[in-house]
Structures are given as C-alpha cells and as structure tokens.
Design a protein around this ligand. Structure first.
Ligand code: ATP
Ligand code: MG
Length: 570
C-alpha cells in the first residue's frame, strides 16, 4: 500500500467526545469514524486490524475442531418468544418489523438460532459433540455506549456453541475452548487474566471471562498474589471460615444492652455516636426475595454482594424492601433494624458477622440500638459468604495468598449453559437407548472489534498506538527521507516490493510532506517497524531499522534487509 493513497485521515487534536486513550487514538490515527452513538465505521486501517484478529480467532477455532458457519442478522421473534428472551432482553434488543407487521430482532447473540438448527438437523448421540461458530456483526442497544468500539451498539463477535450428550463431554470441550482462548490471546500478544464470573449468572452454569489488563478497564478484578485464582468483583469468593475455631472464640460476659440513639440512623452516625468501630457494626438490610422478606446481615465495613445473596437464596429476583415492608418486619422505621428478637423472617448473615465479638446493631425500635450483641447467644442466622471481597482479603483457594485488585476489559467469555436453551426450545437427540434427551450446551464468545481497542489501551505511548505485531494493520513502514530523491525512492521501492513479495504487510510512505510530519503520523498509527532510507546510510548501502518501541535504530545492509525483518517479525 502506498500511503499517498491511503484513506487514514489523522487528527492533530484529541477529539472531545473520547474519554479513553484507545478511542482517542483510533479516531486521531484514522482507524474509525463515528456514524451515530455507538455505531462506527472502520476505515481501511481499522478493518485490517479487525480482519487480522478475526483470522487468528478463526485459525485457532478451526484447529480446536469447531466448524464455522454464518447465521442471519435478522432473527424472527418466535424463537425469542419460546425462550422468553423476547421479553427478558428488554431495551437492549434492537427490534424491527417487516412489511407484514411481523416482529424480528437484530441478533445480539445466537443461542436460539443455533439450538433450533441443531434440533432440526442432529438426531443421534453419534453426531455429538459438535461445536459451531461464526464471526459476525452483533447488535445491542447498550444503555451507555461508550469508549468507541469498546462498548458499541453494533460490533463484531465470534460466537461459538457446543452440543453434548453428557456433562463430562461438555467439560472436555469447555477445557478445549479455555485452552483455545489462551492460545488466541497469547498469539495476539495481549496481557490477560482469566477470571471466574458472576456467581449469580442465569442458567446457574459455570463461566469464566478473559480480561485484558488495563487501568481504564470497566471491570474490577480480584486476583491472588500467590496462586492463579482471579475473579470478577461479583464473583470473587471469600475464604470460608471454620465456625468452630475461627468464629466466636471470645464471647464477652456482659449481656447486650439497649442504648438510646436519637436521630442516629446511618452506620457512620451510630458508630461515631457509640464510639464503635465499623467492624463492630452489624448492618441489617431487609430485602424482598420473591414474595418473602429476608434480613441480610453484613459487617459495617463490608458491602453486601447481592449476586451471592441471590444465589444463596436461589431467588429469581432480589430487591431492597420498601419502607412499608421494613416497618412491618421490624416494627420500627427505617434505620433501626437488627437481628435480635427479629421473628417471622429468614435471617442470613455473612460469615464475618458471626465473628464480631461485641456487636452494635439496631434494636427494632425507633431511636434505639443494641450493643454487646453476640451471634449464637443473642440471635441466630444462616451463615454464608455474602459480601464483596476487598483488597487484602485471604485467597479462598490457597494458603497465605492475599487479594490484589486491578482493572480489566472483558474480551472473551466461556460458559457452561447446560440444558437451559435445549429445554426451552425442546431440542433433543436420541441416546444409546433410543431415548430423547436434551442437548447439553456450552457457549463461547470473543469480542473481536473490542479486542482492537483493548490492545491499544494496553499498548500506547505519548506518540500514539504501538500495535502488537500480530494485529498491526501494516507490520512495516518503508520511509524514504526525501521522496524527490531518485536514489532513495528507488531503494525504498525495491525494499517495499521485496517485503511484499514474501507476504509481509508493508506500507510505503510516498507522501509529499516533511519527514517530521510523516513520522508523526506513522508513530500515531503505530506500525511496529520503520525502515528509514536516508542519504548518508544509503551511501554505504545501508538503511535504518527502528522499532516503534525503541529509541535507537539499527543500521542494516540493504542486501540483508529481508532476512533481518523476517527475524524481527517472528
Ligand atoms: P459486557 O459485560 O462487557 O457487556 P457481555 O457479558 O454482555 O459483556 P457477552 O454476551 O459475553 O458480553 O459477549 C461476548 C463478548 O462480546 C464479550 O466478552 C465482549 O468482549 C464482547 N462485547 C459484548 N458487548 C459488547 C459491546 N457492546 N461492544 C463491543 N464488544 C462487546
Ligand atoms: Mg453486555
């Protein structure tokens, strides 16, 4: 490619609408343009990056034994109604009508479609397992599209779906996909972590997310500083305490007392009024789970993880109770709930609450609190892990590891679905005994276009993008210092053609502008290798080779340039 012809309009200034560096740089370097909120055009450099990522994903999926197919974008509502997702998906689903007033949606994901195909075409256990994938544009009317192609409303995804006759077989394919994803992200040259996702996720299945590490990431990641356990904020488990030895070893003798605490309602107010530490406070929140109220207890300095509560209760939905319900349950206005003497509701507590030696909590009476409250003596509760993890918490998987916290961008998600979709769509095969069985499923997604942005978040400097070689739109830029110098021009052209001849993605900077201006653009665009052809070195039949990441250039004889570049790119 000749740069004089390339449509890559660069911008000198940071675009105002862009908050994160990848969005700024993709706009500034001429990779993308915005058409509407969350809807982007990929310009020639942008689509080259996306195609390279797609190709690596495709090669590894094929190698793993998955088969590529291609589903429509326009999907009939009937299938979505059968699984209930026509309603559940809510406003994120782009809905359209055809001229006959029939409902369709633009596919945000394809479980309904692939399950129906497999239901119709696969009859016997002998045809299983099978893993089908596509690389296709997805549509989600995100509530907050932002960060450019990172959270777009139209984006490219690789989605794969596997079908099995047993859980054990699903486990094998899940592992196969886990390893395939590791190979993909390793080949792409990204630093990532695999985290265990939300424990309350629908379907009850196990899932893991692949996170590219970046400070701007939307997701908080808790990772062990000793073993390889890592989890999302919602998913991070707390080390389970042994109730006998670690909980309640020092029960105070003094009985609990009631204290007048006029107008002291929040944890902070009560703690400072009673000179108690936040870790002594027993925060008591009344929730409504389905039709019944539940009291959830957590230590004053901890936060309730509703995903864990939901999972513990096996509840479909969970919400903080209304003032009215709180009054009915506790007999007091909001702000004075506590577990002592609370009857008629299920009481569940985070395990750390049971270890509070001398607790402070609401008295279920207006303007009163209790102190010296002890679990097991003054009240009972079902104990579990119900809180969010915090930095420095003990790792739940190993001895002595502590949680660190970092941020990441979700680029992949693997999920054991089980029979959720095959049941809803009545998709069955015949087993060895000629009995109809629901397919057991897994699904596996990769955010292909998001990866481009995530890679930039991880690889940039003051001058612009620094592409990992495998996804660079062009790996090498050939740059004559003066394009009106015949000697330099012909040397540049020769090198350009030589590299192109062996399949290297190379771009020739033949623009009519000063070297400084041209280098600025080239660094902004982030090509990994520059070959600079100047008058001095050319006299000795040499050229300068400079890596995007390095300050100094190497002087390489023109005759050796091909093998030199091939070595670098490996
Ligand atoms: P998120 O939590 O970021 O919204 P998700 O859980 O909705 O992601 P999945 O349904 O698992 O995402 O989709 C698979 C992959 O598609 C994600 O891992 C992510 O990389 C990508 N993806 C999801 N939503 C978007 C989006 N709006 N724009 C770009 N890529 C996306
Ligand atoms: Mg989403």
């Amino acid at each position: 490619m000749r740069m004089s012809k390339l449509l890559a309009p660069t911008l000198r200034e940071d675009p105002k609408e862009a908050e994160v560096i990848s969005h700024k740089l993709m706009l500034r370097a001429g990779y993308i343009r915005k058409l509407a909120a969350g809807i982007y055009e990929f310009l020639p450099l942008g689509i080259r990056v996306v195609l390279k990522i797609s190709q690596i994903v495709r090669e590894e999926m094929n190698r793993a034994g998955a088969q590529e197919l291609f589903f429509p974008v326009i999907l009939p509502a009937e299938l979505w109604k059968q699984t209930g997702r026509w309603d559940i998906y809510g406003d994120e689903l782009f809905r359209i009508k055809d001229r006959h007033d029939r409902d369709f949606c633009l596919g945000p994901t394809h479980e309904e479609i692939v399950t129906t195909l497999v239901k119709n075409e696969i009859k016997s256990y002998k045809q299983l397992p099978i893993n089908l994938y596509q690389i296709q544009t997805k549509f989600r009317d995100e509530i907050r599209p932002r960060f450019g192609v990172m959270r777009a409303r139209e984006f490219l995804m690789k989605d794969a779906y596997s079908f099995h006759a047993s859980e054990a077989d699903l486990d094998l394919e899940y592992k196969n996909m886990y390893e395939t994803y590791c190979r993909i992200f390793n080949r792409l040259g990204l630093k990532y972590r695999v985290v265990e996702a939300d424990p309350g996720a629908i379907g009850g299945g196990f899932s893991q997310e692949f996170m590219v590490l970046a400070d701007s990431g939307e997701e908080e990641i808790f990772y062990c500083d000793k073993c390889n356990y890592a989890a999302s904020k919602d998913g991070a488990a707390i080390k389970i305490l042994n109730p006998k030895s670690e909980i309640l070893n020092n029960v105070p003798n003094s009985k609990f007392e009631e204290i007048h605490t006029p107008e002291q309602k929040t944890i902070e107010q009560v703690a400072s009024f009673l000179k108690a530490k936040p870790e002594q406070m027993i925060k008591t929140m009344i929730y409504e789970a389905g039709d019944s109220a539940v009291a959830v207890l957590v230590r004053g300095d901890h936060a309730i993880n509703e995903a864990k509560v939901k999972k513990f209760l096996g509840a479909q939905n969970l919400a903080l109770a209304s003032e009215e319900v709180i009054k009915k349950v506790t007999g007091a206005p909001v702000g004075f709930a506590g577990p002592v003497g609370l009857s008629g509701v299920r009481i569940i507590a985070d395990q750390a609450v049971a270890a509070i030696e001398s607790g402070v909590t609401g008295a279920n009476k207006k303007d009163y609190h209790l102190k010296n409250v002890v679990f097991g003596r003054d009240y009972e509760a079902e104990l579990s892990d119900l809180r969010y993890a915090a930095e420095g918490d003990d790792c739940p998987r190993c001895q002595g590891g502590k949680f660190g916290v970092c941020r990441g961008i979700e680029v992949g998600h693997i999920f054991k679905l089980g029979t959720k979709y095959s049941k809803a769509l009545e998709a069955t095969y015949l087993d060895e005994n000629n009995q109809a069985q629901n397919f057991i499923m897994g699904c596996y997604g990769i955010g292909v276009s998001r990866i481009a942005a995530a890679a930039i978040e991880q690889n940039n400097d003051d001058f612009g993008i620094i592409w990992p070689i495998p996804m660079a739109p062009y790996q090498v830029a050939v740059i004559p210092v003066r394009i009106d110098d015949e000697k330099q021009e012909s040397a540049a052209l020769k090198i350009y053609e030589e590299l192109q001849g062996v399949g290297i993605d190379v771009i020739l900077d033949d623009r009519d502008a000063s070297l400084g201006v041209r280098l600025k653009d080239i660094d902004l665009m982030g090509f990994p290798v520059k070959i600079i052809i100047g008058p001095k070195s050319l006299q000795e039949n040499k050229v300068e080779v400079k890596m995007r990441t390095e300050k100094v250039a190497a002087l390489v004889p023109v005759s050796e340039i091909l093998s030199y570049i091939q070595k670098i790119l490996k």
